[in-house]
Ligand binder design. Sequence first.
Ligand code: Z16
Length: 833
Amino acid sequence: KAKSPATKKPSAATEVKSNLDVTVDEFQQSIVRHLHVSLGTDENKANSKAWWTATCAAVNELVFERATQTQKTHYKKDTRAVHYLSLEFLMGRLLKNNLTNVGLTEIAQQALDKLGLDFHKICEEEPDLALGNGGLGRLAACYVDSLATLDFPAIGYGIHYEHGLFTQAFLEGRQVERPDSWREYGNPWEICRPESVQEIPLYGYVETKYDDKGQIHKEWHPGRIIKGVPWDIPVVGYGAKTVNILRLWESRASDFFNWDVFNAGGYLDAQVENVQAETISKVLYPNDNTDAGKELRLIQQYFFCACSIKDIVRRYKRAHGDDWSKFAEQVVMQLNDTHPAIAIPEMMRILVDRAELKWDQAWTICQKVFAYTNHTLLPEALEKWSVRLFEKVLPRHLEIIYEINSRFLEDVVEVAFPGDDSVKRKLSIIEEGHEKMVRMGNLSVIGSFKVNGVAEIHSKLVKKDLFPEFNSLWPDKFTNVTNGVTPRRWLKSCNPKLSNLISEHVDADWPVHLNKLSKLADLATDSKFQKAYMQIKLENKIELAKVIKELTGVEVDPTALFDIQIKRLHEYKRQQLNLIHIMALYRRLLQNPDYDMPKRVFIFGAKAAPGYYMAKEIIYAINKVADKVNNDERIKDKLKIVFLPNYRVSLAEKMIPAADVSEQISLAGKEASGTGNMKLALNGAVTIGTLDGANIEIAEEAGEDNVVIFGLTVDEVKELKSAGYNPWDYYYANNEIKAVLDWFDCDYFTPGKPGELAEIKRSLLDYGDTYLSLADFASYSEAHKKIDKLFQDEKTWAKMAIMNTATMGKFNSDRSILDYVQNIWNLDTCDIK
Ligand code: Z16
């Protein structure tokens, strides 16, 4: 059988030494056995999907054993654990990753080989677990990987969405969404745990009661009860010692509640209730960095927080009974953005209404248990819920929030800022106004013992611009943990060739000690190493070129410069800036066919939130410009543009190893961190970027010679905005900007439909160019000229690429997790026998 170069076996040195003793034959037998007993088929009838399922089952047999062992050990040793509460976990595919982490990639490859199957084809059968939107969800996935790898007791809690992030197709260049059904026919990685089902109250009213001693008591009479069913997905650490659990809650109608309706003769009504209950975990809200503000979303948030807290409390009580004094020693809950902030009043409700603790005692516990990660400064992303909605859905929680707020305002704010009503208005959880709102950010800060941003600059801005008064109240509460990415998925598993080359020069344990990559710096100018490194880059580009051809029909030259922008489509991320620059290049080529520029391929991957009009217009514009440019003979293939549909984790794994240039061009101050920037640089892409988010730290690590920085700084943005930014000034002052923007008015890119792209021009002029694309255009264009020059000098470029790989050790998510452990979570590692 002919093997593609990508399927070449990894050398023994790079494979993690597995402590799972399985031979090729045993693994092969296990696959076949599962084909028979788990799938009820055989070798002759099985299709690729069945083989994939059987292979997963064979892996699971080894993994679940370890998971059970891990749970037992944590219980026996009564370990403190972190509980990572997140509405999103963007896990992607698990087979290749789990094999990498248990060290059985080679064994599995050989076993499948002997069965006459292609390992990579089998891996392609797996649907992505797309239970997240973008950065925040993928970060959660990297963090659970690192927690298991470092042997920390940890559990991820989230929602078992029936439909993850929509799949994207293009219809005549426009995005169309279709539902994602990742588990329509079951998913081999999950196990249902009916023994841990929880009942969750919703709606209804609160009754005020007084006991014999005249003590006030609140009783919530819910209008509905929803059942939460947990599904467990094993999280395999690299080296496979610790296997932690990701526990995802699925909503169902509560049996006991429905019996009443049913017995009253309401069989159909009961079925309607089923549908309503199951709606809660039906679908992931497809917004990245915007607040949906919908009732169902609040219910999702409460549902999974309430289920998770009940689960945590049950586990705690099993070890400690009704003694709450150790709760805060055993439990820390990390709030991934404000999405799970409702966990704070829910914990208070459990402690005060249920366990009947005194308010102060309960609040002391709460404040030791919660920590909050802020992921954005964008005002449209900061969650607020109307008091009216809160009262309807969670009446008791609203009361608790009022109580938290009034005590905070009286005991803390009044003491620190006596008589200062304007500070009070800013710090209050309740925003006064036409419609009273609950500010989830303020609730999170007040209820947490630590608040962190996700990159140095972002954490500074969280203190300075977002929560300045809170910061002066509690300066020690605010801290930074710069994001990271797991090098197991984002180098070892997605770029096996580069991984093998690295392992020939660096200790084999670099996937857990990523700083060891710094050894490669000595080889950055070694011509033999440069050749080997760039040959691998070329081979990865050849592989991506095939994918591009399959997905879009466009043929690209693998020796061209591959310039990649992959991230959610959002105006602040400025895909539109990339687009107008590409149009400027196209125009230069039309005006001067000898324009000095290496062949370039611009590659995009991005989903737009289905309700985000301008984002969808930008996708359409890129696709239309691509159509025209790709078919224009006059420019002799010097320029290609491809927008790969349905960008997702598994597609990222194919794009990132093939990138020459990484586009990180958000307006300074807007991108909290970015994590794609880290993955691309790790795989040897040179960043063209603004001084925003983690780009700053990437530039510090890589050195200024190895990145290309452009654009306004955060301070310059503030200055320009306060001086009054007028995009028309740039339009009239810069001929190229004017010509490119005017192009949108005619039908050059949309034959017969003049003005179809005019909204782009309007957004950049009439609507004020909110993200200053025109202000940064000239500087961006110069930066690209610099890139062109550098790329044409092969030795210089190879050195830059290698230096990027060599210097990205800091951005290992293991480092991030150790930061969290030291500064926030205070965990001990736990060896699993
Ligand atoms: C999200 O993906 C992010 C922030 C946010 O408030 C909501 C969502 Cl869904 C992203 C940030 O935009 C990005 O800069 C950051 O790297 C990522 O979260 C992880 O911290």
